[in-house]
Design a protein around this ligand. Structure first.
Ligand code: GRF
Length: 206
């Protein structure tokens, strides 16, 4: 059997998407990859607890502790190489990664975004702001997208999408929760498995 893809999950907050990946690994939905490490930009992220409870090594790399974006990213790259990471999953990671960094990992970084790209995405659309914008515009359907990360914010190739209906009395908070539960946590494990299986296929053909 070919070696599993080594996955690093980048987090900053609650880690429900990380949990979905851990659960998928346990129940065999994620079978071509293995979460080798969790990197958090926030020392207080609950996601770190979720990783520890599941025996996954964690690192905290706080941007404010570095003089520059380059130093911050170099520290991350150092950790990634020590765990032979093949795939990075941004699961609620609240830091921007520079083009210098993303270009080092072509088709090796995936992100989950809480809307149906190309709606409500790109610069400034993160967290609750995405859902506020969807409600303000009055769309009837929103959802989530898993995509590859390139130099354009939320602009890389789309891997998976799932739609979620907007309800009459939705607030940004209610909508965010429904999108997370009905879309993000469902499609992220499926998309990560798909990408890992392709990486393994690529290795076989070498
Ligand atoms: C999710 O809505 C994700 O799409 C966004 O931040 C939230 C992360 O939640 N970028 P969690 O940390 O996975 O619980």
């Amino acid at each position: 059997m070919l070696k599993k893809v080594s996955i690093a999950v980048f987090v900053s907050g609650g880690g429900t998407n990380l949990q979905a990946l851990i659960d998928a690994q346990k129940n065999g939905i994620l079978k071509s990859g293995n979460i080798s490490i969790v990197i958090s930009s926030n020392p207080a992220a609950y996601a770190l607890k979720r990783a520890e409870q599941n025996g996954i090594p964690t690192y905290t790399v706080e941007k404010k502790q570095f003089q520059s974006q380059i130093d911050f990213e170099n520290e991350i790259s150092k950790i990634l190489s020590s765990f032979y990471v093949d795939l990075i999953v941004l699961a609620g990671f609240m830091c921007i990664l520079s083009e210098d960094f993303t270009s080092k990992y072509p088709k090796q970084i995936v992100n989950i975004h809480p809307s149906l790209i190309p709606s409500f995405c790109g610069k400034g659309y993160y967290g609750l702001r995405v859902h506020e914008a969807a409600l303000k515009r009055g769309v009837k359907i929103t959802g989530a997208t898993v995509h590859f990360v390139n130099e354009i914010p939320d602009g890389g190739e789309i891997i998976y999408q799932k739609a979620v209906k907007i309800k009459k009395n939705d607030t940004p908070e209610i909508l965010q929760k429904r999108v997370m539960e009905q879309a993000e946590q469902k499609i992220l494990p499926l998309a990560v498995e798909k990408v890992c299986a392709n990486i393994i296929k690529g290795r076989k053909n070498k």
